[in-house]
Design a protein around this ligand. Structure first.
Ligand code: PLP
Length: 366
């Protein structure tokens, strides 16, 4: 069998999504007992207590298929955000939604514009549907260059992905920048605002994407229960979009794409906003502590609006390995001169600080 003639040629140059190292791999490789997985921007704490109770309660009923339309969860999301449920789509992680939206609108030869570096799934989604990925470099201070992104839009542009805050740099664009961009974006472009880290943001200049959603204009806002709500393992994401898109996504998604446990856990988690506030504050505290360590050790970093920090290093491979030696799994980007480190618990931060002290002490500077 000649597989190259069978498998779609646009998949050939693609690389499958590469998750960060798993704890068990590092335990073996580095011979350390305690491993800190700070490579995938997960929350360091487990699910909300109320979600854990709900998960236990639903377990005996798992012989049944899930609610295929996620009615209860869409109802909770609608009440929470004040958006009619007919504009809400719930998916198996927001990742699935990004793909389904592209599948619904992209034709071969279309262009998809996104910032770079940003979330790796945007160029993957472009290749999947035979679109041309158009990557627009971030500014020198690692932020979206919205004027350059605007200039990159052509008559073939179908989607512009904006990741705010941006993964991996943790930066945001502000309201004025966004509004100038929005006013100039041509009407044929679908704007997808990926707000996976929305709940961690504290900056008053942040433009909440929902504020620009009216159910008519071609704007989609995606969010997730994977980060602040600690439900990454259950895969629940959602988005707000005009009704015709909700209906297109419904046609393309798998029946029962969101599992029962995830739907229940997400619904209950949404009810505990006090926990969200507490975790947001704790995240800020740990970030501040990490910054003070970086300042002391002369490590350059980008101030982050998320639960991870992007820091610069001339020796990314060496520093990545050295951190592994301390049981700390960061995220590397090949030979790019930076690494990304998730914000952990106070104990995790203390371990990271001790690790950086040892590494800088040994290597001189990083
Ligand atoms: C910017 C961004 N968008 C979307 C996702 C996908 O999250 P999930 O599929 O878990 O909702 C991630 C995950 O890391 C992300 O960083």
């Amino acid at each position: 069998m000649d597989w190259t003639t069978l498998i779609r040629p646009e998949l050939e140059p693609m690389r499958a999504y590469q998750p960060g190292l798993r704890g068990s791999e590092v335990r073996e490789r580095a011979g350390v007992e305690r491993v800190l997985k700070l490579s995938s921007n997960e929350h360091p704490a487990g699910p909300f207590p109320i979600a854990l109770q709900a998960i236990a309660a639903v377990a005996p009923h798992l012989n049944r298929y899930p609610d295929g339309s996620c009615r209860a969860l869409r109802g909770r999301l609608s009440a929470h955000w004040g958006v009619d449920e007919r504009f809400i789509s719930v998916t198996n992680g927001s990742n699935e939604l990004l793909r389904l939206i592209a599948q619904a609108v992209v034709r071969p030869g279309d262009e998809i514009v996104y910032a770079w570096p940003s979330f790796v799934v945007y160029p993957m989604v472009a290749s999947m549907f035979a679109a041309k990925p158009v990557a627009v470099p971030l500014t020198a201070d690692q932020r979206h260059d919205l004027p350059a992104m605007l200039a990159a839009i052509t008559g073939r542009t179908r989607i512009v992905f904006l990741c705010n805050p941006n993964n991996p740099t943790g930066t945001i664009y502000d309201r004025d920048e966004f509004e100038a961009f929005l006013a100039a974006v041509p009407a044929h472009v679908l704007l997808v605002l990926d707000e996976a880290y929305f709940e961690f943001v504290t900056d008053g200049a942040y433009p909440d994407g929902l504020g620009y959603f009216d159910g008519e204009r071609p704007v989609v806002v995606t969010r997730t229960f994977s980060k602040m709500y600690s439900l990454a393992g259950l895969r629940v994401g959602y988005g707000f979009m005009p009704e015709p898109l909700v209906s297109a996504v419904d046609k393309l998604r798998e029946p029962f794409n969101v599992n029962t446990v995830g739907q229940i856990a997400a619904s209950y988690s949404l009810g505990d906003q006090a926990e969200v506030l507490r975790r947001r504050e704790e995240n800020q505290e740990q970030k501040t502590y990490l910054y003070s360590c970086f300042d002391r050790l002369g490590i350059r970093y980008v101030e982050s609006h998320t639960n991870f920090v992007y820091f610069m290093t001339e020796r990314p491979v060496e520093v990545f390995e050295a951190l592994l030696g301390h049981g700390v799994i960061a995220r590397d980007f090949g030979n790019a001169p930076a690494l990304r480190l998730g914000v952990g618990t106070p104990q995790d931060t203390a371990t990271c600080v001790a690790a950086f002290q040892e590494i800088v002490g040994r290597l001189g500077s990083i």
